[in-house]
Design a protein around this ligand. Structure first.
Ligand SMILES: Nc1nc2c(ncn2[C@@H]2O[C@H](COP(=O)(O)OP(=O)(O)OP(=O)(O)O)[C@@H](O)[C@H]2O)c(=O)[nH]1
Ligand SMILES: [Mg+2]
Length: 422
């Protein structure tokens, strides 16, 4: 299939089409033959034609469907090129969709998110963003802010009028505070999603000798980590890609939780702490085989409690506890299911395509700060001019998120990550 878009798309395609060559006014599919240089027989093809502006790019769009073979594709392409078409740049279709106002910048990135999605959860998140999940609250807020700003600026133009009165000021200040909180919340959703790889991280933690490394190996089905009866075997952390219920994630083994006595141990503990902080999910391992396992760690990250070595002793369990034995394999499938279910539940509420996260986090935070400052200025009665400055700043930052304010450099950075034809 070859796609052609642009003001001249129809004439370029229909020029050598043997069949109806009238310019369509509605979407149409036509069967016919295409004359191409270098092929003696005209090719049997189907041509689909969509007049603008209700197309992906906002411009007329044509598709040529032919039987697939690389030399045939090359021939069709070169005859289209000879007739005045040119090859699209990476992401150019989506760029045109953005430039014609069909989609906003967060939706353009969502297209990339859909293409790059590795898991159903990432696909869900990207599709939600494509449907305007991030853009609509921001666009709504920009509209409200623009109204407030217009109001303030009208007041400024009539200098003899008093500043916004006190009651009005308080109402306005609290709605700005609300908006500021909303922006910080959105920025929070973006945080931690900036890693270039979108795989979630699942980190094994727990006391020394709890059986973390052996569980790590068992979940991977490989002997990667060193396992031994000596407490404190694992020093550095180990990381490997794992799969649970169709969901890919990075599994991380860490040093047992204890106070470091030597420099190496202290470093191992620091590394464990850093890994735990970055985790999307912690597997807190306790050995069912030993009695001093009451160690409670109040984890900041979502956690599954995992009993290990249940072949040795059955522990008293609480709801949600996972029972496993790396030695008999018992409970491993259930643990995989639980990992996948937890990651899916979490990511559908917090995941956003990584590209958007990296680009917009800063702007949202800046907008949040500007709005909070504007509210403060209003309350202190420091004058409408100062409030207006902060509102303009916030509008600008929010405009960057949805692409109402863009620079060529930004467009280049986003769209060159696409492949050609998207
Ligand atoms: N019977 C039994 N033994 C286990 C099981 N899992 C681990 N072990 C044993 O428990 C000991 C400690 O296992 P490791 O996996 O090295 O423990 P760890 O938590 O990684 O320990 P550190 O790296 O020192 O923090 C080893 O002797 C393992 O063979 C299990 O499911 N059943
Ligand atoms: Mg270990």
């Amino acid at each position: 299939m070859v796609r052609v878009t642009g003001p001249l798309a129809f004439s370029v395609v229909l020029e050598s089409f043997e069949g109806s060559t009238t310019v369509p006014t509605r979407p149409e599919r036509r069967e016919g033959r295409l004359r191409v240089a270098g092929v003696r027989q005209p090719l049997a093809v189907a041509v689909s034609l969509w007049p603008g502006p209700r197309t992906y790019t906002g411009q007329p769009l044509a598709e040529i469907h032919a039987s697939g073979s690389p030399p045939l594709l090359r021939t069709i392409l070169s005859s289209l090129l000879a007739r005045g078409a040119r090859l699209a740049e990476p992401g150019e279709f989506t760029l045109r969709a953005f430039l014609s106002g069909r989609i906003d910048l967060t939706q353009s990135e969502a297209v990339l998110g859909v293409i790059d999605a590795q898991t159903p959860a990432q696909l869900d998140a990207a599709l939600e963003q494509l449907a305007g999940g991030l853009a609509s609250p921001i666009t709504g807020l920009r509209d409200r802010l623009a109204d407030v700003l217009a109001h303030l600026e009208a007041n400024l133009d009539f200098a003899e009028e008093p500043d916004v009165d006190l009651l009005q000021a308080e109402a306005l200040a609290s709605s700005l505070d609300e908006a500021s909180t909303e922006m910080n919340r959105l920025a929070g959703r973006l945080q931690g999603r900036e890693r270039s790889e979108n795989r979630p991280r699942v980190v094994l933690v727990g006391p020394p000798n709890a059986g973390k490394s052996r569980l790590f190996n068992a979940l991977l089905g490989l002997d990667r980590a060193i396992v031994s009866p000596v407490a404190g075997t694992t020093r550095d952390y180990l990381e490997a890609r794992a799969l649970a219920d169709g969901l890919e994630f990075d599994l991380v083994d860490t040093a047992g939780l204890e106070a470091g006595r030597t420099a190496i141990e202290t470093e191992a503990q620091a590394a464990r702490g850093r890994q735990a902080e970055r985790a999307d999910l912690l597997l807190d391992c306790r050995s069912a085989g030993s009695i001093d396992q009451e160690l409670s760690t109040d984890h900041v990250r979502p956690t599954l409690r995992v009993w290990t070595k249940i072949d040795l002793l059955r522990p008293a369990v609480r709801v949600g506890d996972q029972l496993t034995s790396a030695s008999t394999g018992e409970g491993l499938d259930e643990l995989r299911q639980a990992i996948a279910a937890t990651l899916r539940a979490r990511s559908s509420e917090s995941d956003l395509p990584g590209g958007t996260a990296a680009r917009c986090g800063e702007s949202l935070l800046r907008a949040g700060t500007a709005l909070a400052r504007a509210a403060e200025t209003l309350r202190l009665g420091l004058g409408d001019e100062l409030v207006a400055i902060d509102l303009r700043q916030a509008l600008d930052d929010l405009g960057r998120v949805v692409g109402a304010v863009v620079t060529d450099d930004l467009l280049d950075r986003i769209f060159r990550r696409f492949c050609i034809g998207k």
